[in-house]
Design a protein around this ligand. Structure first.
Ligand code: B12
Length: 214
């Protein structure tokens, strides 16, 4: 691995926000691809943080400072990941479901879809089903995108889909889901229209769903 990516990885692991920004910039300066910086320097570091947490080698406060360092680095990377000259491809309402506060993955999906020309309405974290329904009625999105990182909050995805169905919104709006514990078979089980394991696959999937729709 490029030395600068290793340094970036370590700075996120240590939760050093200033160093993270510095190494993201250094990696951009030597013309590394933004996707490579993101995947190998940053997302891999968050995976490592998760593994350390699981092993009891780090705790919630450490996860939080790592997450903050990651978010700061992502802000620097954002303009480089986005292409700006595209017209609106459609509307996407996105949020992390009720009970769940994880938003790094959701933000990445939003950022990549925005870069692809979609209009994003981001409802943030801990979003109850009723809120998704209320906003979907108001803005009539093509897609509602749900994120969950906890096995205990995955059922909130089903609650949200059921609420959208009950409100009669499923004919006009498709629902896609994702997040580390979410699987394709869970997506089928709760009758989501789409599922993806990462942000770039999410873009391909949304493009495909909307191409089939029209
Ligand atoms: C950072 C982090 C935190 C931070 C979150 C900060 C923030 N602003 O997001 C804080 C410290 C707040 C936190 C808290 C907790 N966390 Co936490 N956290 C993590 C950690 C280390 C990284 C998550 C992350 O950002 N990954 C990087 C991003 C880029 O990846 P991602 O989220 O998976 O997203 C990608 C894909 O999943 C997909 N995707 C995501 N959303 C969507 C949506 C759609 C529509 C699509 C198509 C795709 C998609 O695309 C994304 C980009 O490629 C994970 C470890 C892990 N392996 O996931 C644990 C982890 C998720 N946390 C865990 C736990 C247990 C907790 C706590 C319960 C701890 C506690 N005891 O308090 C609390 C719960 C708080 C709550 N109510 O939500 C467990 C969950 C276990 C489980 N299976 O349920 C994990 C897996 C750690 C572990 N290995 O045990 N956490």
């Amino acid at each position: 691995m490029e030395e600068v990516l290793q340094k970036l990885f370590n700075s996120i692991l240590e939760g050093n926000a200033a160093a993270t920004r510095e190494y993201v910039q250094a990696a951009l300066d030597i013309n590394l691809k933004p996707e490579v910086i993101l995947n190998h320097g940053m997302i891999d570091a968050m995976r490592r943080v998760g593994a350390l947490f699981e092993e009891g080698e780090c705790y919630v406060p450490e996860m939080l400072v790592s997450a903050r360092a990651m978010q700061g680095g992502m802000a620097l990377l954002k303009p480089h990941l986005q292409q700006t000259d595209k017209k609106s491809n459609g509307k996407v309402v996105i949020g992390t479901v009720k009970g769940d506060l994880h938003d790094i993955g959701k933000n990445l999906v939003a950022l990549m879809l925005e870069g692809e020309g979609y209009e994003i309405i981001d409802l943030g974290v801990d979003v109850p089903a009723e809120k998704f329904v209320e906003v979907a009625k108001e803005v009539k999105p093509d897609i509602v995108a749900l994120s969950a990182l906890l096995t205990t909050t995955m059922p909130s995805m089903k609650t949200t889909i059921d609420a959208l169905t009950a409100a009669g919104l499923r004919n006009s709006t498709m629902v896609i889901i994702g997040g580390a514990p979410v699987t394709e078979s869970y997506a089928h089980q709760i009758e989501a229209d789409g599922f993806a394991t990462d942000a770039s696959r999410a873009v391909g999937m949304v493009n495909g769903l909307l191409a089939n729709k029209s």
